[in-house]
Design a protein around this ligand. Structure first.
Ligand code: PEP
Ligand code: MG
Length: 565
């Protein structure tokens, strides 16, 4: 089995067609007539522009205008006067032929993009290289590889799938794509997802290993390619593929719809994200907001703390992407299992019970102020729907102290005070929830930590994994009490721990009165569907049965039976 990046969901079963991408070579010729050479160059650019325009139009008609923008961007680049004048200069002043002028300038652009800090801009180098090779082919009279007429049931195996190749694919005939390079955010991956063709990218040695005509299974859900599968594997994956389509069809009905229980009670499905660009996923996957933006990722994998402006840009970007929907941003949750080397936190015997999250932030107020100011500014400069969430609150004083800091900074900045709420993820916060609710604008239950603290079982320790169980009646009792406390105080209660996406727990959470379920972007539609299955009366009946059970095993067995479709 070969492994790679699961870049476009689905399962494709078919025969390999490899497309080799030969190196484009040409001889550097001295330019005899400058005008003639410039004409050659401009004619080639015009031809490519026209081809690209047609491709974009085809995509707009057949796929999605949003994704066709990627190809439209190629067209725009080909009209860039700066780029064209650079090429012209090389022909006029350096006596370079059209091919060499185009290659030199486009290589320069590609290397500029590839040095960019953020991954998305780095990926743009692929687009420039795509334009370069297509332009050189036109100049040299080399036929473009036409992928429109591949045989039905093709699994396309290529070294690097360029955006223009992907856009030109006939999705009726191509059942899957396997490449040796590219990642989740590459334009080819985005286009493959838009075309709904399963794709596994960055599979090492794919072209050498997968032979033309051989039979393969491409699992775009788990990032696997099975070469020459056995009969059993084939049957297994055919069943998986059928189940995948069935589920997809079912979930399609929930796209763009409000989240409602079976008896019409309104709920919300939000998304958990880890960095600003995940906001795009949250929006595209139909999230109704962001329920948890874990800001610690902005602080990781670097050598110093991000400044106020950098943080502001990141927070604002998510708010802009979500276009006015609620965005709940959690202040730094450092410590525990989340290490940030430059913060020089000393190793502790018991990191999960130690100096972490709000405890660290309230002792390092200068850097905490930077983060809070960035959030207040991002809230003021967008549609004002950024809510600030505090992690690991244990005492009322911690919450009050942090909220007072927000109020003071908002006043100093002359900007509106964002809503401030708390994660409920410690037993103390759960017990004090009715009091905390007096000061909080909202609650969000962090079941990942709450479970470990209630059960006194480290969430990462496999020896005690049997205790770490959200179905335990002790944890369920806490969830019910927290939601009740929030509801009685009239504040919204959400959940951003993994349990929010667990179909077995959803009827219980409906019965307890949870308002908002924050889940991974890929789980939005599934969660919306699961919520739609239960009326309050049915959910209450399930919760009443569960309340009479005494162990996690009993709860889990009961729910598995009662909740299954
Ligand atoms: C939680 O504890 O449930 C939570 C959402 O936070 P994290 O997983 O980041 O600790
Ligand atoms: Mg937590």
């Amino acid at each position: 089995m070969l492994k790679g990046i699961a870049a476009s969901e689905g399962i494709g079963i078919g025969k390999v067609v490899t497309v080799s991408q030969q190196q484009i070579t040409y001889e550097q010729r001295p330019v005899i007539g400058v005008h003639k050479e410039l004409d050659r160059l401009h004619d080639a650019i015009d031809t490519l522009k026209e081809k690209t325009r047609q491709l974009a139009e085809e995509m707009e008609a057949s796929v999605n205008p949003k994704e066709a923008k990627i190809i439209r961007a190629h067209e725009t680049m080909l009209s860039d006067p700066f780029m064209i004048s650079q090429m012209d200069d090389l022909v006029k002043n350096d006596n370079k032929c059209a091919e060499a002028a185009a290659e030199t300038v486009l290589d320069m652009f590609a290397s500029m993009f590839s040095m960019a800090e953020d991954e998305l801009t780095r990926q743009r180098a692929t687009d420039v290289n795509d334009i370069k090779s297509r332009l050189l082919k036109i100049l040299l009279g080399i036929e473009e590889t036409d992928l429109r007429h591949l045989p039905a049931g093709t699994v396309l195996v290529v070294n690097d799938l360029t955006p223009s190749m992907t856009a030109g694919l006939n999705k009726e005939n191509v059942v899957a794509i396997v490449t040796e390079s590219g990642g989740m955010t590459s334009h080819s991956a985005i286009l493959a997802r838009a075309l709904e063709i399963p794709a596994v990218l960055s599979v090492q040695q794919a072209v050498a290993t997968l032979k033309d005509g051989s039979f393969v299974i491409v699992d775009g859900i788990n990032g696997q390619v099975i070469n020459d599968p056995t009969m059993d594997q084939q049957a297994e994956y055919e069943a998986k593929r059928a189940a995948y389509f069935e589920e997809k069809e079912r979930l399609r009905a929930f796209v763009g719809k409000p989240t409602l229980t079976a008896d019409g009670e309104k709920k919300e499905v939000f998304c958990n994200i880890g960095n600003p660009k995940d906001g795009i996923q949250a929006r595209d996957r139909d999230g109704e907001g962001v329920g948890l933006y874990r800001t610690e990722f902005l602080f990781m994998d670097r050598s110093s703390m991000p400044g106020e402006d950098e943080q502001y840009e990141g927070y604002k970007k998510v708010c802009d992407t979500l276009e006015g929907k609620t965005v709940i941003i959690r202040t730094l949750d450092v410590g525990g299992d989340k290490e940030i080397p430059y913060m020089n936190l000393v190793k502790e015997e018991n990191p999960f019970l130690g100096y972490r999250a709000i405890r660290y932030c309230l002792k390092n107020k200068d850097s905490y102020r930077l983060q809070l100011r960035a959030m207040i500014r991002a809230n003021a400069d967008t549609t004002g729907n950024l809510w600030i969430m505090l992690p690991m609150i244990t005492t009322i004083s911690e919450f009050k102290e942090a909220k007072a800091m927000v109020a003071e900074l908002a006043e100093e900045l002359g900007m509106p005070m964002p809503r401030v709420g708390t994660m409920i993820e410690t037993p103390a916060a759960f017990i004090m929830a009715p009091v905390l609710a007096k000061y909080c604008d909202f609650f969000s239950i962090g079941t990942n930590d709450l479970t470990q603290y209630i059960m006194a079982a480290d969430r990462g320790n496999s020896n005690v994994a049997y205790l770490y169980n959200t179905y335990d009646p002790a944890v369920l009792h806490a969830l019910e009490a927290i939601i009740k406390a929030g509801k009685e105080a009239g504040i919204p209660v959400g959940m951003c721990g993994e349990a929010a996406a667990d179909p077995m727990l959803i009827p219980l959470l409906i019965s307890y009165g949870l308002d908002e379920f924050s889940v991974a972007p890929t789980s939005v539609l599934k969660t919306r569907y699961e919520i739609s299955r239960w009326s309050k009366a049915e959910a209450d009946a399930i919760a009443a049965d569960v309340a009479a059970l005494e162990t996690a095993e009993e709860v889990s067995a009961y729910l598995a039976e009662r909740v299954k479709r």
